[in-house]
Design a protein around this ligand. Structure first.
Ligand code: 3EB
Length: 343
């Protein structure tokens, strides 16, 4: 969905994202730009900190079979960064990046609720009232907490309570990822923007996650299937695709068949980003799988990685920034989950 403004020069989007691998020269990609945040999907997980004037988030996502990447968010505007309690953040006047870690505990719900509410309070106070994209990495995601509830369901309760408490101010739930990590505790980071620029999309093939029946947990997951950020004048729009899995309606389909789960996941993304679906939401334009970039692929079982890599190689444009992680997915029967950004 390249939105063109007649006569305007073609500018890159104000907000940009790319992956850096060990040995890559990141400086070439940041020349003339300002870093809003760095997220290392690496071996050691640590609380977020300020590094080189920007938040640095380190999440334990790289096991033997995963790549170690750093996701770098840059802006064409100067960035101001800071800390507020446990929150580490940066802003460029249009976009807000924020990260926080929740240490391991027996039950997460109350802490998740207060961390989310603290984050909403901060972004709101700084004038960033619209959520764009959220990532939640949950350690031991399908294991039981101290009450015997799955950690993911426990997390979903606290998150839903925060969204309920803020429903008069936070307008809709954004695109998100909820995925396993390799270390106990929850790492989360998110992007927000100024009012009036975000539109949240649902997928006609899938029940909205916030309407899942209670068989999946006492509170349904608080996220949309995608969020479109309206371009500033002369910029390209971006569509943020949530973590997407082999779910039709609210059912996991093709238990124990990773290739078919991959195909359903890709078909779900294709339907979500299609011109038809954007039209359904009153938007023009649309995308295909070849437009997806900054793709992250989460695979539960290491032995499935070759098959998933092969399927993805056939689906995405060569040259797509693509990273694979060997981590648990939020339902035990989901073998793969894929996210990305269209622009
Ligand atoms: C699903 O569609 C798969 O809890 O934030 C995907 C994306 C999933 C985000 C979240 C969960 C989340 O329900 C799981």
């Amino acid at each position: 969905m390249t939105v063109t403004h007649p006569g305007a020069p073609t500018l890159t989007a104000a907000l940009d994202c790319f992956f850096v691998r060990p040995g890559d020269d990141a400086r070439a990609r940041t020349t003339g730009r300002h870093v809003l945040g760095r997220v290392t999907y690496g071996h050691g997980g640590r609380p977020p900190m300020l590094h080189d004037g920007a938040p640095l988030v380190r999440i334990a996502m790289a096991g033997d079979a995963s790549e170690r990447i750093t996701e770098v968010w840059t802006s064409d505007r100067p960035v101001r960064s800071g800390r507020e309690g446990d929150l580490v953040y940066a802003e460029d006047g249009e976009h807000f990046f924020c990260a926080v870690r929740i240490d391991e505990r027996g039950v997460y719900r109350d802490t998740v609720r207060s961390v989310y509410e603290n984050a909403f309070t901060l972004m709101w106070r700084l004038g960033y009232t619209e959520l764009l994209r959220m990532w939640n990495m949950v350690g031991a995601i399908t294991e039981a907490n101290a009450d015997g509830m799955e950690n993911y369901r426990d997390f979903c309760v606290g998150r839903a309570e925060a969204f309920e408490a803020w429903s008069d101010r936070v307008d809709g739930m954004p695109a998100a990822t909820g995925i396993g990590s390799l270390r106990p505790g929850i790492d989360l980071y998110f992007l927000a923007c100024r009012t009036g620029r975000a539109r949240h999309l649902e997928n006609p093939r899938q029940t909205p996650a916030h309407q899942y029946p209670t068989q999946y947990g006492p509170k349904s997951p608080s996220f949309a299937r995608a969020t479109v950020m309206d371009p500033g004048s002369g910029s390209r729009s971006a569509l943020y695709v949530s973590g997407t899995a082999s779910i039709i309606g609210d059912d996991t389909v093709h238990h124990d068949d990773v290739e078919r789960q991959c195909d359903v996941t890709l078909a779900n993304i294709e339907a979500l980003i299609s011109p038809e679906n954007l039209r359904r939401h009153g938007l023009t334009g649309g995308f295909g799988l070849a437009d997806l970039d900054c793709v992250k692929v989460y695979v539960r079982d290491a032995e499935h990685l070759p098959a998933v890599r092969a399927r993805c190689a056939g689906a995405f444009r060569s040259g797509t920034d693509l990273a694979f992680f060997n981590v648990d997915v939020c339902r035990p029967d989901l073998l793969v989950e894929i996210e990305g950004i269209c622009r």
